[in-house]
Design a binder for this molecule. Structure first.
Ligand SMILES: [Fe+2]
Length: 298
C-alpha cells in the first residue's frame, strides 16, 4: 500500500532550502542556506525582500563574491546607486563602494580611516536617501572594527505617549557638512554639489514599505531640530539618540570574512568601532535605492 506521506516524487524539494536564526530578540536575522542557491532566482528575491523589512537587518555568511556576483546579489533588492564619493568606488563595478584602510587600491587618503564612525543611517543628507545598504567583508581585523545596528522602530514604539506627541511633525536638519568637518573628509566636487542643499526630514518616519513608524535621526549629520531653541533641540536629540541606542536595541556584529549584512536604512542606525591601523579591514558596499515614488522620507 502506498504511504501518502513519503516517497512522492512530484519534483518539489522537501528539505527547506532556507532557514533563519534570530540575531536579537527584537530584530535582525541570519539567513542560513542562501549561499548555496545559484543564480538569484525570483523566488529567492521575493523571500529575502520580505525578510529584509521584517527583520531590519539580514546576515549572510560564507559568501564568496567577486565584484560581479556582489552586484548581482544586491540587485535582488532594488536599483543600485553609484555612491557620491566616486573616487571610493570600484573602477570596474562602480556600484561598489570600497570601505577599507588598504593602501594599494588608489583611494583618497581620507577613505582609509580605521577610526570610529558614530551612529547614523546612510545618506540622510540627501533628499532621497538610500533604502538599503549591503556590506560585504573580504578581510577583517582581528581586533575591533565591529559594526553595531540599533532598531529605531522598536525605540519609537516604546517611547512614552507624551514624547510621541511632542515629536510628531518635527523635522531634523541633516547637513553633510557636519560629517565632512567632524571626520576631516574632503568631499569631491560631485559630492559637494550632490549634498549642497541642506535637507530636513521628519524625526518620526513612516516606513515606505511596511508603513511602520520609526525614529529617523543620524547624529553624524543632524545639526538641530527645526523651530526649537538650540538648548531644547540639543536635549531632545540627546534623549532620542539614547532611546534608539539603548543596549537592548543594539546588535553587535563581529565580522568574519565572507559575511554580508543587508540593512534597512529607514529603520536602523549603525556605527563602527575603531580598529588598529596596522590591521586590514576590506569591505565593499552596495547602496539600494527605494522606488522613486516613495523615496522622500514621510
Ligand atoms: Fe554608513
Amino acid at each position: 500500500m502506498r504511504d501518502e506521506s513519503q516517497g512522492i516524487d512530484d519534483g518539489i524539494y522537501r528539505d527547506a532550502p532556507l532557514a533563519i536564526r534570530a540575531l536579537t530578540p527584537n530584530f535582525g536575522a541570519e539567513v542560513v542556506g542562501a549561499t548555496g542557491i545559484v543564480g538569484n532566482p525570483a523566488w529567492l528575491s521575493k523571500v529575502l525582500n520580505q525578510l529584509w523589512f521584517q527583520y531590519g537587518i539580514l546576515l549572510f555568511r560564507d559568501l564568496d563574491f567577486d565584484e560581479a556576483a556582489e552586484v548581482a546579489f544586491s540587485q535582488m533588492f532594488g536599483e543600485l546607486e553609484i555612491h557620491g564619493r566616486q573616487d571610493f568606488n570600484s573602477k570596474t563595478h562602480p556600484q561598489l563602494l570600497y570601505v577599507t584602510n588598504r593602501r594599494d587600491l588608489d583611494l583618497p587618503a581620507d577613505a582609509l580611516s580605521n577610526d570610529d564612525l558614530e551612529w547614523h543611517t546612510d545618506q540622510t543628507y540627501l533628499p532621497r536617501p538610500a533604502l538599503g545598504s549591503l556590506l560585504f567583508a573580504i578581510e577583517v581585523p582581528a581586533d575591533g572594527g565591529n559594526t553595531y545596528w540599533a532598531d529605531a522602530a522598536a525605540a519609537y514604539d516604546r517611547l512614552p505617549g507624551e514624547v510621541k506627541q511632542r515629536i510628531c511633525g518635527l523635522k531634523a536638519v541633516h547637513d553633510h557638512g557636519k560629517v565632512t568637518a567632524d571626520y576631516g573628509l574632503k568631499a569631491d566636487e560631485f559630492q559637494r554639489r550632490r549634498s549642497a542643499r541642506i535637507e530636513s526630514h521628519p524625526i518620526v518616519r513612516t516606513h515606505p514599505i511596511t508603513l511602520r513608524k520609526s525614529l529617523y535621526l543620524a547624529p553624524t549629520v543632524v545639526t538641530h531640530i527645526e523651530g526649537l531653541p538650540a538648548a531644547e533641540s540639543d536635549a531632545l536629540l540627546t534623549e532620542l539618540t539614547a532611546a534608539i541606542t539603548s543596549p537592548d536595541l543594539v546588535y553587535q556584529h563581529k565580522w568574519r570574512p565572507g559575511d554580508a549584512v543587508l540593512w534597512d536604512n529607514a529603520r536602523v542606525l549603525h556605527r563602527r568601532d575603531r580598529f588598529p591601523a596596522d590591521q586590514i579591514r576590506f569591505m565593499r558596499r552596495t547602496t539600494i535605492r527605494p522606488p522613486a515614488e516613495i523615496s522622500i522620507p514621510f
